[in-house]
Write a protein that binds this ligand. Structure first.
Ligand SMILES: NC(=O)c1ccc[n+]([C@@H]2O[C@H](COP(=O)([O-])OP(=O)(O)OC[C@H]3O[C@@H](n4cnc5c(N)ncnc54)[C@H](O)[C@@H]3O)[C@@H](O)[C@H]2O)c1
Length: 314
């Protein structure tokens, strides 16, 4: 799909990733978002972008958001918390995708880019390629993403849709909200600069990708891959441990706290302790992230300290 002079919808466009994508797309395209603002902020929606406010599961909302003149949809609306332990998140995320693709099919809009997650792989060997099997997620969140991917596969193979599935590593940058490790560490250290509680043993090690690389990678893949289903890992070739993130945050804040580990090999039930995605498929398509994992983390810490942590500084 060409991302120039196109009519595009971004679901969840007022959120962290969606608002950054809107900034990128709005320069060359007509962009509309739909968001119920349950987690995003109206002020993050760039000027010139039309906003439909409401719950995407509601018929009147999806009808206003998805109109026949659209060329394509970026689908980001979701409950993204990775530590839920009940089925409501599974139902919500699937209901959002079901509502969206049903309406797209009705009005003949067939191009959809979807934000999936590394959590679909469960505890897989690293680096994990896109064709790794069996896919055995260990969290409700991962299960919801895998189920949504499978529904999109049906629309690709039986309803002529083109689908881009982006299996994200941890994406970081300006506007990253509390609930993610970097803003959480900043918040805890503001509260008590002398000690920092770290969930697990601190050796959990994951790949962090900067939002600018993530947005550039998504646009590159959408413009260059055109199979019925295009699944791509978006991540970096390196990882950062939770203890290293603590060091980087403390250093950037000019602090030297004692670390207090809660213990165990993971932060919470359903947490995948080690994650690094293979990015060869992305490289073969001609894209390489500019920052490694440590650089992405450090850039994010500086951006949050300078620009503010949402929910803490506003
Ligand atoms: N940020 C990451 O590291 C990461 C990693 C893997 C996958 N993802 C996925 O990428 C997507 C975007 O993530 P994000 O970090 O920007 O999350 P986010 O929470 O900042 O954005 C999601 C947006 O969806 C909106 N939304 C939620 N429920 C809605 C509903 N019923 N109707 C309309 N809008 C609704 C929220 O208000 C929010 O603005 C999500 O699907 C998430 O699961 C993110």
């Amino acid at each position: 799909m060409e991302l120039t002079d196109a009519n595009l919808l971004v679901t969840g466009g007022a959120g962290f990733v969606g608002s950054h994508l809107c900034e990128r797309l709005a320069a060359d395209n007509d962009v509309r978002i739909v968001d119920d603002f349950s987690n995003g902020a109206p002020s993050w929606v760039p000027d010139g972008v039309e906003a439909v406010e409401g719950d995407l599961r509601e018929e009147s909302v999806v009808e206003r958001a998805v109109t026949p003149d659209l060329d394509g949809v970026f689908h980001f609306a979701a409950d993204k918390a990775a530590d839920r332990d009940d089925l409501s998140q599974f139902r919500l995320n699937n209901a959002l995708t079901e509502s969206l693709v049903g309406r797209m099919d009705d009005v003949g809009v067939t191009e959809i880019a979807f934000t999936s997650s590394s959590t679909v792989y469960g505890e897989a060997p690293m680096p994990t390629p896109e064709d790794y099997a069996p896919l055995e997620p260990i969290s409700i969140y991962g299960a919801s993403k895998l189920a949504e991917e499978s529904l999109l596969s049906v629309y690709a193979h039986s309803h002529d849709f083109t689908v881009w599935n982006f299996r994200f590593a941890n994406i970081v940058g300006p506007r990253l909200q509390l609930g993610a490790v970097i803003p959480d560490f900043i918040a805890k250290l503001r509260e008590d600069p002398t000690s920092l509680e770290i969930l697990g043993d601190g050796r959990q090690e994951k790949s962090y990708m900067h939002i600018e690389d993530c947005i550039a990678a998504m646009c590159h893949v959408v413009e260059h891959a055109d199979a019925p289903v295009n699944s791509y890992n978006l991540g970096t070739r390196t990882t950062t441990s939770v203890t290293d993130i603590a060091h980087i945050v403390a250093e950037e804040m000019g602090l030297d706290p004692e670390y207090e580990f809660t213990g165990g090999d993971r932060g919470w039930t359903g947490d995948v302790p080690r994650m690094r995605l293979a990015v060869e498929k992305l490289a073969d398509l001609g894209f390489e992230a500019e920052r490694g994992s440590d650089e992405a983390v450090r850039a994010c810490v500086r951006e949050l300290l300078e620009g503010g942590v949402p929910g803490l500084d506003d």
